[in-house]
Design a protein around this ligand. Structure first.
Ligand SMILES: [Zn+2]
Length: 334
């Protein structure tokens, strides 16, 4: 039997072949979180719900929420795709449900079919966009079970690329209104973010409407201790109102305009796997690894085929560093 048939059978069986909402005969073994967000299709019984036609439609539209379905069925184990953060709540399409009822756009948000199905709830979405996760190169030395590897290196071949230091801090996305969020979105009031909170007030009003700036917040020390940082905040990408990542040169111009520091460049040129890795090995200062991106602009939906990273062996990036962090453990600027 095919995986999807086993899924359907086992979900229906658990729910007695009835819609878990209204008790009508079940028509669909619904994926609570969309199968396309999983690299294995997400065919887990705890990611399934038996629904009638009507309630299936409501669940697809997210009028009937993912968590509501889990609650009705009594599912305690929340199944999430790789790179999703267990502290966040997600709708069916991987958009983040914020505590105030609004939603942050996720990786499938811009998909045409998803736009259509979400049409009744689009007003709930903020301009805030989740920073996608970066896939590893096959030669990366710290690949966890939660990480993805880029399968098609051909996306870089014969293309101009920019290789930057992978800075060991916290991912931050900053908006024109001064709001910023880390990758996990929640917990914006952590003491290690106080420096950035003040810093963004100095330039956020100059960010064009609909744009956002992504960079590394290096105020708190994580695994690597930096003693001579150009700045505690270092930019690695700027996104315009079309949700395009600016080409590198243009990003640098905006950095200069706003008085921001870009992440250090390690190498640039036409993609060459060996040369890039050698440039990393030749580096004197300790570094977590490197990030390769296309020099040219690319759209948010092309992120996974435009950026990849290498992380050194045994790099420890504890997810709970915030809890362990001692407020005196800071990096240093020049
Ligand atoms: Zn129903």
């Amino acid at each position: 039997m095919k995986q999807r048939d086993i899924f359907r059978e086992s979900v229906f069986e658990r729910d007695n072949h009835k819609c878990v909402v209204c008790g009508e005969p079940a028509q669909d073994a619904h994926h609570i979180i969309e199968r396309r967000l999983f690299d294995d299709g997400g065919y887990y019984i705890d990611n399934g719900a038996s629904l009638c036609g009507l309630h299936h439609l409501e669940a697809e539209k997210t009028i009937l929420e993912a968590q509501a379905l889990r609650d009705i069925i009594g599912i305690n184990k929340i199944i999430l795709p790789k790179g999703f953060h267990k502290d966040n709540h997600y709708d069916k399409w991987g958009n983040i449900m914020l505590a105030n009822g609004q939603r942050m756009k996720g990786e499938l948000f811009f998909d045409e079919s998803v736009q259509k199905v979400l049409s009744e709830v689009l007003y709930l979405f903020t301009d805030y966009v989740k920073y996608p996760r970066t896939k590893h190169f096959p030669w990366s030395e710290s690949i966890n079970k939660d990480d993805d590897i880029i399968s098609e290196l051909s996306v870089f071949e014969e293309k101009n690329v920019i290789v930057t230091d992978k800075m060991d801090g916290e991912n931050a996305t900053i908006y024109p209104n001064g709001y910023f969020h880390a990758r996990s979105v929640t917990g914006n009031s952590h003491p290690s973010q106080s420096w950035l909170k003040n810093f963004v007030q100095g330039f956020c009003f100059d960010i064009p409407t609909g744009w956002r700036i992504c960079g590394e917040n290096l105020y708190a020390r994580h695994s690597i201790k930096y003693n001579e940082l150009e700045s505690y905040f270092q930019v690695f990408s700027i996104w315009n109102e079309q949700n395009e990542c600016l080409k590198w040169e243009e990003m640098l111009e905006y950095c200069e305009l706003l008085g921001l520091t870009p992440v250090p460049i390690l190498w640039q040129g036409v993609f060459d796997q060996d040369e890039i890795h050698q440039a990393f090995l030749n580096k004197k200062n300790a570094s977590e690894g490197y990030v390769v991106r296309l020099e040219d602009k690319f759209h948010y939906t092309e992120f996974q085929s435009s950026i990849a990273k290498y992380v050194r062996a045994n790099h420890i990036a504890p997810h709970n560093w915030r809890i362990k962090w001692d407020a005196s453990d800071l990096n240093q600027t020049k």
